[in-house]
Design a protein around this ligand. Structure first.
Ligand SMILES: Cc1cc2nc3c(=O)[nH]c(=O)nc-3n(C[C@H](O)[C@H](O)[C@H](O)COP(=O)(O)O)c2cc1C
Length: 218
């Protein structure tokens, strides 16, 4: 038994949220801390310890601006459907839209954008196991990064919208053709500390024991 402080670790796991509105766009970011978080993130499991990843940390304002323009373009195209599907009295839905609007409007001002890349190109005919290894070889590390950032007072968000322009962003950042960008993680200090567990489906509904049809109940 390693003697973890369960109160803190459970709180970290239960309340690390997607931060969009509370990203502090003016507070400085310590790049040494981002490096520490990346060091911790790369402790995550990965395929045969191949560490087939690269982490592109974008701080240059001009590059952030260009990436944000692609993100906003993708957001404009896709958010219309979300808006149309969300009833005016659907409070959580409307809150989500307001929050995603803020990120799309302000992405260029977020001081650090991290783009995790898998060193393999996803292809349309890739067998399911290979695709699982490609994403599974990096996404645990991405979440570790977000957890480590949180413990140091940084907020982040897992986003994928810029991937509608993945090739354009690749050429902007010199990312080789044989890699796959898996996400874009905006990072900034967060303002306020009122993170709460999110509403999630009961575990009995989403987990089963031994058979798909046997819910995991007490
Ligand atoms: C695969 C994936 C893609 C996502 N893409 C975006 C995105 O492009 N933009 C965004 O604002 N949020 C994005 N999110 C964040 C989700 O909207 C968010 O996790 C969800 O609303 C639950 O909120 P929570 O993380 O605070 O619990 C993405 C999350 C995942 C897991």
């Amino acid at each position: 038994m390693d003697g973890f402080d369960l109160t803190s670790t459970d709180r970290l796991l239960a309340t690390t949220r997607t931060v969009r509105r509370r990203l502090d766009l003016d507070a400085p970011v310590e790049l040494a801390e981002i490096r520490d978080c990346l060091r911790l993130a790369t402790q995550a499991p990965n395929v045969n310890n191949s560490q087939a990843w690269r982490w592109v940390v974008v701080t240059d304002p001009g590059l952030r601006e260009r990436i944000a323009t692609y993100y906003a373009r993708a957001y404009e195209d896709r958010s219309a459907a979300l808006r149309a599907q969300t009833a005016p009295d659907d409070e959580p839905g409307q809150r989500l839209i307001a929050s995603t609007d803020v990120l799309a409007d302000n992405l260029a001002r977020v001081p650090v954008l991290v783009i995790p890349c898998a060193l393999e190109r996803l292809t349309p005919d890739m067998p399911i196991r290979k695709a699982a290894n490609l994403y599974g070889g990096i996404l645990p590390a991405v979440w570790s990064l977000q957890l480590a950032l949180r413990t140091r007072g940084y907020g982040s968000a897992f986003t994928t919208l810029h991937l509608h322009y993945e090739r354009e962003v690749a050429s902007l950042l010199g990312i080789p053709d044989d890699t796959t960008q898996v996400a874009l993680i905006p990072v900034a200090r967060y303002s306020g500390e009122t993170f709460r567990p999110a509403p999630r489906l009961p575990i009995e509904e989403v987990a089963c024991v031994n058979h798909w049809a046997t819910p995991f109940t007490d």
